[in-house]
Design a protein. Structure first.
Length: 723
């Protein structure tokens, strides 16, 4: 039964409200809609007020400009006088390069998601032979998301789409930009600068989201931070090539925009064909935490969001690397079970010819030399110890030194005239080729059917370079991305309950499109706790903690050589989806006992950690990070005070603890095992430390408490309980 069409409001002005956000759109006339307001909830507005808002938003016509007002639409059009980046770039053999769409319908429909709204706009350019549909959603959590579909309505000629970009306007008071870069082992590093005139463009041509992907492109008022300022953020939900941009013209018009980055030929539309953009997500907030909370709320409301407690994971990679055998891994599993691990994941090295990273990818059969009886003996041992069993795979990749490559060299993603340069001694398997897709689907399906495997760590260890499709000879990143989605989707249908982790050289594929079909991300191959404090801090701008894999590593980090206490390593991993990546056979009894305590704390508090409101304190001292998770009902909270350097203050002074019910009293006290204050001077802790302190939430947020003096690379955990 079709949904009822809702009225569009006063003279075509639509006011959508949800999750503390207002989105006001002008749909009057035949032009594509424009946004009059995106930000703070404006409350109930009368038709007269909406009409007045539109009228008061119209700028005057000034000298040396168009004779009529140029409006920034959701899809900016040069044909309407917009001289910034156009929403659509394309042509029909050089013609029809500047579409002029005429709106045919604009309907407001309730979506299946409670509390959400959807505006559907259809438009045509009959001269250029193009049709357009634009969807604008306001989700119950207050996220704006948009998507466009361009159709070639010509009956005879192809149309080439070079790019489609959707834009969300940003007010002139947004004076700064924050985005992210990164590399392997150091993902999501922030970079900040003024929002100047011109275009700040980030293009990703890696064929995957990328370790240097911006994650979110943010614009905000000067000095915006986690607790303060006004901030708008945009995310492109696409796991292939993409682009994001922030642009401001001398007219004052500014926007955040983005879309897929199409390689030559990927946007060629035959008559009757349609190109659909990725979803573009926008979030507004007073401070970064509120902006992030809208993403968290949206993700947690999805039907497919993990509904069971996130099990403690042990991954074998840094424990054994490629040195696999039943005896060693059984002993590791026993040690894992002893400390409370609930899921045991066998990493790279289990399949044919895979004794190092130079061979075997594509040969997805259990290696008979290492596992003469298959994986059953290990799986049975793991399950008998009370743990689930998971397996590492890298289905999108192929080694030239593999049986599959020798049999099907034509299945390697390439231009056809040469092989791309290798990375990690591997190439990319062309999943856009139906035969290659069918083969990999059959192999993964067989592994899951023949073995009691409930979890896949799905890796992707190289960029797509010179990525031509062997099935049609043209650029193949777009098709490859869609094929990966289809592969995961089909496996999930065939194996209900299967969970999949998105890993890509660590954290190089973190986006909302891959997370529509996976259950967590591996944030980074670096599990040095000091590095992870920053990596997890910024990843949380998009993802809630339960979707971020965070492991307790070895005493000396394999990726940096730094040595850290178990308290620092485990206390860092606590605020994510906790796991262990450490050869526990080498841990002594005291270390295992302490790790078991941390795991017990995680299990006791994971409901709070994975449903609560994530908060970060804008602390004045860069040597201290203060963050936490507060229960949605304000009943309790966990906070971490983290020393990442030596402080100029001695003792360090007050730390505020935010997010609590302002009018309620709370008992604040350190919680074991995160109570140890590693202090070389032997000084007594602050007077409140031993027995805790009772204070109202307002006082804890505005005044705070004296922090203990901490050595660099150490932390303490505090629990707040409402009385």
């Amino acid at each position: 039964m079709p949904h009822p069409v809702l009225p569009l409001g006063a003279d075509g002005v639509v006011h959508l409200r949800a999750g503390g956000t207002s989105l006001v759109l002008d749909t009057a006339g035949s032009d594509l809609p424009r946004v009059l307001h995106w930000g703070v909830d404006l409350g109930v507005l009368t038709d007269e007020s909406l009409t007045a808002l539109r009228r008061s938003s119209e700028p005057q016509v000034v000298s040396s400009a168009m004779d009529q007002v140029v409006r920034l639409g959701l899809l900016p059009e040069q044909s309407a006088g917009w001289l910034g980046t156009p929403g659509i770039a394309g042509h029909r053999r050089g013609r029809d390069f500047s579409p002029a769409f005429v709106v045919r319908s604009a309907t407001l429909d309730p979506t299946p998601s409670p509390g959400a709204h959807r505006l559907t706009v259809t438009a045509v350019d009959s001269v250029a032979g193009l049709g357009l549909e634009v969807l604008v959603d306001l989700t119950a959590a207050g996220l704006v998301r948009t998507r466009a579909a361009v159709t070639n309505t010509s009956e005879t000629a192809d149309y080439t789409v070079d790019s489609v970009m959707l834009a969300l306007p940003i007010p002139t008071r947004a004076q700064e930009i924050l985005d992210f870069t990164g590399r392997h082992l150091r993902e999501r590093a922030p970079q900040r600068h003024a929002f100047t005139f011109g275009t700040h463009l980030r293009e990703n041509r890696r064929g995957r989201t990328g370790a240097d992907a911006t994650l979110l492109l943010l614009a905000g008022t000067r000095g915006f931070a986690f607790e303060s300022g006004e901030v708008w953020g945009l995310h492109v939900a696409w796991s292939g090539n993409h682009r994001t941009l922030a642009e401001r013209l001398p007219s004052g018009d500014g926007f955040l925009g983005g879309g897929e980055l199409l390689l030559p030929g990927e946007g060629t539309l035959a008559p009757g064909s349609t190109y659909t953009t990725p979803w573009i997500y926008g979030s507004w907030g007073r401070g970064l935490d509120e902006m992030a909370a809208r993403f968290h709320g949206y993700l947690r409301a999805r039907a497919q969001h993990p509904a069971t407690p996130r099990p403690v994971v042990l991954n074998t990679w840094e424990a054994v690397y490629f040195n696999q055998d039943l005896e060693s891994l059984s002993a590791l599993a026993d040690a894992a079970a002893e400390v409370g691990v609930e899921r045991f994941v066998l990493d790279d090295g289990w399949f044919r010819h895979r004794r190092d990273d130079r061979s075997g990818l594509g040969d997805w059969y259990v290696d008979e030399g290492v596992w003469p009886e298959g994986l059953d003996p290990l799986i049975e041992h793991v399950r008998a110890a009370g743990m689930e069993f998971g397996l590492w795979v890298e289905p999108e990749m192929i080694n030239v030194d593999s049986d599959l490559a020798r049999k099907h060299p034509d299945w390697i993603l390439s231009t056809g005239s040469r092989l791309p340069p290798e990375a990690r001694s591997q190439q990319v398997l062309d999943l856009g080729n139906p035969a290659a897709f069918a083969h990999i689907l059959e192999r993964l399906d067989a592994l899951l059917t023949e073995n009691a495997i409930s979890y896949l760590k799905w890796d992707h260890n190289r960029d797509l370079v010179d990525a031509g499709s062997t099935s049609h000879g043209r650029a193949g990143v777009h098709d490859q991305t869609l094929a990966v989605y289809a592969l995961i989707d089909q496996l999930k249908v065939r194996h209900p309950g299967l969970e999949i982790e998105s890993c890509s050289s660590g954290g190089a594929r973190v986006d909302l499109a891959i997370l529509e079909r996976t259950d967590r991300v591996w944030a980074s191959d670096c599990i040095d706790a000091l590095e992870r404090q920053e990596i997890q801090r910024w990843t949380e701008l998009l993802l809630p903690p339960e979707l971020i894999g965070a492991h307790v590593g070895s005493p000396v980090a394999h990726s940096t050589g730094r040595a850290h206490t178990l308290s620092f390593r485990a206390g860092t991993a606590l605020f994510g989806h906790l796991g262990v990546e450490w050869d526990l056979r080498t841990a002594d009894a005291a270390e295992r006992a302490e790790l078991a305590q941390w795991i017990a704390l995680y299990k006791a508090k994971r409901d709070l950690l994975h449903t609560g409101l994530v908060v970060h304190v804008d602390h004045q001292d860069p040597a201290l990070l203060v963050h936490g998770v507060v229960a949605r009902d304000g009943s309790e909270a966990l906070y971490s005070i983290v020393a990442v350097a030596t402080s100029a203050l001695y003792p360090p002074g007050h730390v505020r603890l935010v997010g609590l019910d302002a009018d309620a009293d709370y008992l604040l006290a350190p919680i074991a095992p995160g109570t140890s204050i590693p202090n070389l001077g032997g000084h007594a802790p602050p007077p409140w430390w031993t027995d805790g302190v009772v204070l109202p939430g307002r006082v804890l947020a505005q005044v705070g408490v004296q922090a203990p003096n901490l050595l660099p690379d150490s932390l303490v955990i505090l629990a707040a309980t409402r009385l």
